[in-house]
Design a protein around this ligand. Structure first.
Ligand SMILES: C[S@@+](CC[C@H](N)C(=O)[O-])C[C@H]1O[C@@H](n2cnc3c(N)ncnc32)[C@H](O)[C@@H]1O
Length: 226
């Protein structure tokens, strides 16, 4: 499963940013910005797991929520596609898997994941690994498309997600299967309430959430309790 996902992101890496902008009508930029506002601690060393082409990392630096961002992703083509964007910034990059992060315990003041958690295959295991690399009282921020449970998000994913995502994503990237996977990975993932329960189970408290576009996407932040 993880090798298939890795290969898929490798294939769509060159057109990834363009497909995001087209499919979301540029709303993805505002959603990352809104998510970062859930962070409460002063800026420090921040992990951007599943950083892709560094859009969240760049926004975190620009908005003053991070002094330094350490981007990590298991897809080298995705990291490469974002290289020019992060040059001359305080953003570093490393190849690594979400379930075995290449960092020491307690290395980060905050850790964030935008649209990556769904792909890790082990939601609880990846949270445990994120908790490990956070300092005590460190913050976690997750921006994700959770399984829809309310009417509007269900209608959105049952129509736009099922039909337009594969069609438009396929046209932009030349890889319709990748954008069919995108909708399937959303409608089979955990709901926002289940995500909060997983965060509590991993030792996080002080949960904060923000709904984007009426709940089509959500940002979740929490603080490591011990
Ligand atoms: C939808 S993209 C999100 C990229 C970026 N965070 C953004 O906001 O645009 C998901 C990213 O997760 C990465 N990814 C998926 N599974 C991973 C894993 N197990 N370990 C590390 N990265 C992973 C993919 O390579 C891809 O770059």
């Amino acid at each position: 499963m993880s090798e298939t996902v890795k290969e898929m992101f490798g294939r769509i890496a060159p057109t990834y940013d363009l497909a995001n902008r087209v499919l979301s009508a540029r709303r993805d930029v505002a959603w990352r910005r809104a998510a970062l506002r859930l962070l409460q601690a002063p800026p420090g060393d921040v992990l951007d797991l599943a950083c892709g082409t560094f859009d969240l990392a760049l926004e975190a630096i620009a908005s003053g929520h991070a002094l330094r961002v350490h981007g990590c992703d298991f897809s080298l083509p995705m990291l490469k596609a974002g290289t020019a964007k992060r040059s001359a910034t305080a953003i570093s990059a490393a190849a690594g898997d979400a379930l075995h992060l290449p960092y020491a315990s307690g290395a980060f003041d905050a850790a964030m994941v935008a649209y990556g958690w769904r792909n890790f295959g082990d939601p609880a295991g990846s949270l445990a690994e994120l908790a490990r690399v956070l300092k005590p009282r460190g913050e976690i921020l997750i921006l994700e498309f959770f399984r829809p449970v309310r009417l509007w998000p269900k209608v959105f994913y049952g129509t736009f997600g099922r039909v337009m995502m594969p069609l438009v994503g396929g046209l932009v990237s030349g890889d319709r299967a990748a954008y069919t996977y995108l909708n399937a990975s959303i409608t089979t993932f955990v709901s926002i309430d289940e995500a909060e329960a997983l965060l509590r189970g991993a030792g996080f408290g002080q949960l904060r959430r923000h709904a984007c576009f009426g709940g089509v996407s959500h940002a979740l932040a929490a603080t490591k309790e011990a």
